[in-house]
Design a protein around this ligand. Structure first.
Ligand SMILES: Cc1cc2nc3c(=O)[nH]c(=O)nc-3n(C[C@H](O)[C@H](O)[C@H](O)COP(=O)(O)OP(=O)(O)OC[C@H]3O[C@@H](n4cnc5c(N)ncnc54)[C@H](O)[C@@H]3O)c2cc1C
Ligand code: FES
Length: 351
């Protein structure tokens, strides 16, 4: 079957993009080097909405996608990350449409083998992918993964950083979602050697070393993934030689805690310029058990709020927030109340 062309239009701009058969329109546009509106790339946030000129030309990939519920009623809008096209057609966009001109890697498809899989506790697994081709990504970015037999793509943030020459290994950490398909796939079998399709890198929750000042990172559960990468990069690039970093990591209890050694290592590498606070929402453990970090009882965004009230952030402070949607939304509200602008708050909402 032949590829088709979609014309993406805003009031000011128009771009023609070749879309493969069955390919999400968003992925085709990103592959073409366009800067398009998106957040999750996986059907939950509603950001990638567009209005088709001919609804018949659109092939819904996941009609039940929760992001569809966020679209205005009766306007026939679609999610570009959950729609392919049947034939050449046109879409009206509501967000940005321009070519990417910075040094961001243009996302594309590649394949990988799952090269290691290591349980960190009952509900959390760290795994690595060995890519067929090296890729360059920015700390804080994520990729979409697809495994045989599972519908759609899943978003996962890299915990690792990328060297100048690109990286052949991507590291991840995943928290089990009961009844979740990818969770079941990974938590019920040893998947080392299995082939995985990868699309990326994508995501904008990245460090901007030239303009960013101090860094505050607020993570819930596996939201710590991209934050490990951002802080690792900030240390490697020397950003934390001059600036201060603070990580607030929210977990339920001692059993749910992971990355203790990795966080402690970041603290040592940052040479006193990084502080880690673990917020326990259900039960706080004996403090002698976990060294080098402050342990506080409470929800992570409330714990972070108390710290921000003690030491107010400046206009250059960059804040990274990642984790389950309610936690991220709570943190966003709190940060705005503390006087931070949306431009200072970079986030990944896991759903
Ligand atoms: C930007 C971002 C980064 C993330 N990073 C991480 C991370 O580092 N670690 C982590 O543990 N989690 C992360 N997540 C959450 C992760 O993507 C999954 O939602 C989570 O692992 C549960 O997946 P599941 O397959 O087990 O659950 P499921 O409930 O089966 O699926 C969850 C998600 O998969 C997609 N999906 C499900 N069914 C379909 C379908 N039929 N067609 C198309 N898509 C479908 C949807 O996005 C859905 O929300 C991230 C999410 C986002 C948006
Ligand atoms: S980017 Fe398409 S729904 Fe989130």
């Amino acid at each position: 079957m032949m590829n088709s062309v979609v014309t993406l239009k805003t009031k000011r701009s128009e771009k023609h993009v070749e879309v493969r058969v069955g390919e999400p329109i968003l992925f085709a546009g990103l592959r073409a080097g366009l800067d398009l509106p998106y957040e999750c790339c996986s059907g939950t946030c509603g950001t990638c909405q567009a209005s088709p000129v001919d609804a018949e030309a659109i092939e819904p990939l996941w009609p039940e996608a929760p992001g569809g519920g966020l679209l205005p009623d009766g306007e026939g809008r679609i999610l570009m990350c959950q729609s392919a096209i049947r034939n050449t057609t046109e879409l009206k966009l509501f967000g940005r449409l321009r070519e990417i001109t910075d040094d961001t890697t243009t996302p594309d498809y590649t394949s990988a083998s799952l090269s290691s899989q290591c349980p960190l506790n009952d509900d959390v697994i760290a795994f690595d992918l060995a890519l067929d081709h090296p890729t360059r990504f920015k700390a804080g970015q994520f990729v979409l993964l697809q495994v045989p037999g599972l519908a759609g793509w899943r978003a996962y943030s890299m915990t690792s950083c990328c060297g100048d020459g690109g990286s052949i290994r991507l590291s991840f950490v995943i928290k089990k979602l009961d009844g979740g398909s990818f969770s079941d796939w990974l938590f019920t079998s040893n998947r080392v050697g299995e082939r995985v399709r990868v699309f990326g890198p994508v995501g904008r929750a990245c460090l901007q070393p030239k303009s960013d000042g101090n860094i505050i990172a607020i993570a819930g559960g596996s939201g710590i993934a991209g934050i490990m990468s951002v802080i690792d990069d900030a240390i490697t690039q020397g950003h934390l030689n001059q600036k201060q970093g603070q990580i607030f990591f929210g977990v339920r209890n001692r059993q749910a805690m992971f990355f203790e050694e990795e966080l402690a290592e970041l603290v040592v590498r940052a040479n006193r310029n990084l502080a880690v606070t673990v917020a326990f929402s259900d039960e706080i453990p004996d403090s002698s058990d976990i060294r080098g970090m402050s342990l506080i009882f409470g929800n992570v965004h409330e714990v972070a709020k108390t710290a921000l009230q003690d030491t107010p952030p400046s206009l250059e402070t960059a804040v990274f927030v990642a984790g389950p949607a309610p936690m991220v939304e709570g943190a966003q509200t709190m940060l705005r109340e503390c006087g931070l602008s949306d431009a200072q708050i970079r986030y990944d909402k896991f759903n």
